[in-house]
Design a protein around this ligand. Structure first.
Ligand code: NDP
Length: 354
């Protein structure tokens, strides 16, 4: 029997999931990914083939058009008895969806989670570890912004209920909170053969795994924060302190998903990665500091006071439990995240005369 381990990865075309696939392949895993269309699968294979000529035998796809469908994952799991681990990343993370809030966020997040867990229990009893991509959204208490006496950790939960939802942001936060709760309750009530670990990142920034996604006018919600900066005019002289929040590099998020499969001590935990507080002006300041040529292209806004504001008017947090449990010494610094993202976008624009 082959010792190669096979991982089932939902939402494999996503920003974070493409990085996860890269980590899995580099560590010798095989991957069965789910995507919504064959063209997405073909494109991912084409990109990874440049790094892994044997990719056809290591990365295969199953088409799952909608994770909300009760039987969404059944045939995919039945077709691959070699799957040992499951990473569930698929969930809506694009704002501006033209649908009622429950259909746009709540149903795919919660039903998608329920469907994958139920399908594993029924059709893949050999699976021992499941990791779900939850979110810092499931940990935060929005009323505590600016309150240094309230520190968000792996143990805090967002108190939001669906009845509290008034806008898209609330809907996303509630969807992630309720989906993670559902997964944790599933383990208690169903006692399946697998454990459920969650990765709870705040805003995920960083370079794209493959540059062809940069051909899109806008990137996914979080990656767009840095991409959008590069469209500021040369005479930009305002100070934008929103969006503000806590962030982390996509490469740390991807690594954590894989460590959660490898390190038994992490089973069942909530893993919380975070590198810095930020606001839009902080990102702009770092971009100019890291890439001096940028001053020929975009304005500097008003650099003064942005960092203080980001650190003070924000959610206080502590990730030391996750650092200790994983043995990671530090998260990738925001300076590196910004530098790598901006460099990648500028190079792409130069190559394509954009
Ligand atoms: P992306 O939008 O890039 O990826 C989301 C993935 O989920 C895509 O592959 C998407 O498919 C798929 N998907 C969404 N809805 C459905 C559906 N109804 N049926 C089938 N597939 C679906 O976002 P990210 O990579 O950033 O997000 C991945 C996960 O990380 C999500 O669970 C998100 O909530 C979580 N997260 C993200 C953060 C961030 O800042 N980026 C922060 C915290 C958590 P398609 O490409 O075809 O649309």
């Amino acid at each position: 029997m082959s010792s190669t381990k096979t991982v089932f990865l939902t939402g494999a075309s996503g920003f974070i999931a493409l990085h996860i696939t890269g980590v899995l392949l580099s560590k010798g895993y095989n991957v069965v990914g789910t995507v919504r269309s064959q063209s997405k699968a073909d494109n991912i294979i084409k990109n990874f083939k440049k790094e892994y000529p044997d990719i056809d035998s290591r990365l295969v796809f199953e088409i799952v058009p909608d994770i909300s469908e009760p039987t969404a994952f059944d045939s995919a799991l039945q077709a691959h008895p070699e799957i040992q681990f499951v990473l569930h990343t698929a969930s809506p993370f694009s704002f501006g969806l033209d649908q009622p809030l429950d259909q746009a966020y709540l149903i795919p997040a919660t039903q998608g989670t329920k469907n994958v867990l139920t399908a594993i229990q029924r059709f893949a009893p050999q699976v021992t570890k499941v990791v779900i991509t939850s979110s810092f959204a499931a940990m935060i208490n929005g009323d505590k912004s600016g309150d240094s006496s309230f520190v968000h950790t792996e143990d805090t939960w967002n108190p939001i209920t669906w009845a509290d939802v008034q806008n898209e942001g609330d809907a996303y936060f509630a969807s992630k909170t309720l989906a993670e709760k559902l997964a944790r309750e599933f383990v208690i009530t169903e006692t399946p053969n697998f454990t459920v670990t969650s990765v709870n990142p705040p805003y995920v920034l960083g370079p794209q795994r493959f540059t062809d996604t940069l051909a899109n006018k806008t990137l996914n919600t979080s990656a767009e924060y840095i991409n959008g900066l590069l469209d500021l005019p040369r005479d930009y002289s305002s100070q934008s302190l929103d969006p503000r929040g806590v962030c982390v590099d996509v490469r740390d998020v991807a690594l954590l998903h894989v460590l959660a499969l490898e390190n038994d001590k992490l089973q069942g935990l909530r893993l919380f990665p975070a590198s810095a507080h930020f606001n839009l002006q902080v990102l702009l300041n770092l971009a100019h500091e890291q890439i001096p040529e940028l001053s020929n292209l975009i304005g500097k806004g008003i650099p003064e006071g942005a960092e203080h504001s980001a650190n003070v008017d924000n959610l206080y947090y502590d990730t030391s439990k996750t650092l200790n449990a994983t043995g990671i010494s530090q998260w990738i610094p925001l300076e590196t995240t910004v530098k790598d993202s901006v460099t990648q976008i500028l190079n792409y624009r130069k190559e394509h005369n954009i």
